[in-house]
Design a protein around this ligand. Sequence first.
Ligand code: PRP
Ligand code: URA
Length: 208
Amino acid sequence: MGVTIVSHPLVQHKLTIMRDKDTSTAGFRRLLKEISLLLCYEVTRDLQLTNITIQTPLVEMESPVIEGKKLVFASILRAGNGLLEGMLDLVPAARVAHIGLYRDHDTLQPVEYYFKAPEDIVNRLIIVVDPMLATANSAIVAIQKLKDRGASNIRFLCLLAAPEGIKRFTEAHPDVPVFTAAIDSHLNEKGYIVPGLGDAGDRMYGTK
Ligand code: PRP
Ligand code: URA
C-alpha cells in the first residue's frame, strides 16, 4: 500500500519549529493542530465524491459531496488527540474512536488502558492518528484492535516515523497506507526517534 511523505512546504516549516527543543508547550500544541489540517487534506485527497441535487439562491444544481458513510478518526491517546483536534475542525461530522495505549519505558510494548469506538466501523474509512511511529508497536496493536472489530478500510497518519517502525508496520499491516511528514534517521537505544522531536505527549501537555 505504501508510504506517502507529505512534503508541502508549510508542513515542513511547521515541523522544523516543532522539533526545536525551545518551542514552548503552547507553541507545540498550536503547531500540531495547524499541521494536522494540512495532513488531513492529504490523507483525504482521494476520497470518492457523489453528486447531490441542491438549490442555490439562483437555480437547482448537481453538486459533489463525499460519498459513503461518515469517516472515523481513531486517536491513539494521548498524543493522537493533537492531530485529532485539527482533523475534526475540517471534518466535523466524523465519528471518533479513542484507543488508550502507552509505551512501557523498559519493554517498549504498548499497555492498553482504554478502547471506545463507534459500533458500525465495518464499512467506514478509518483514519488512525498518532504523531509518532517509532517501533510501531502501538500503531500495530491499535490497528489490529480495529480490524478485530471488522474494520478493513484503514489509513495511518503520523507526523514523524522511524525507518524501523515503517518496516515493522508495513509487514504487520501491508493493507494500511501510511502518511507521514518525515521519516527520520533511526531509533535510539531507548526507542526514541532521532533526530525526532522528543516525547510528543510530554511536549503537548507539558508533562515529563
Ligand atoms: C508515544 C506516541 C505513540 C508511541 C509511539 O506515545 O504518541 O503512541 O509513543 O511509539 P511506538 O511506535 O514505539 O509504539 P506514549 O506511549 O509516549 O504515550 P502518550 O501519547 O500518552 O504520551
Ligand atoms: N514516542 C514519542 O513520543 N517520541 C518518540 O521519539 C518515540 C515514541
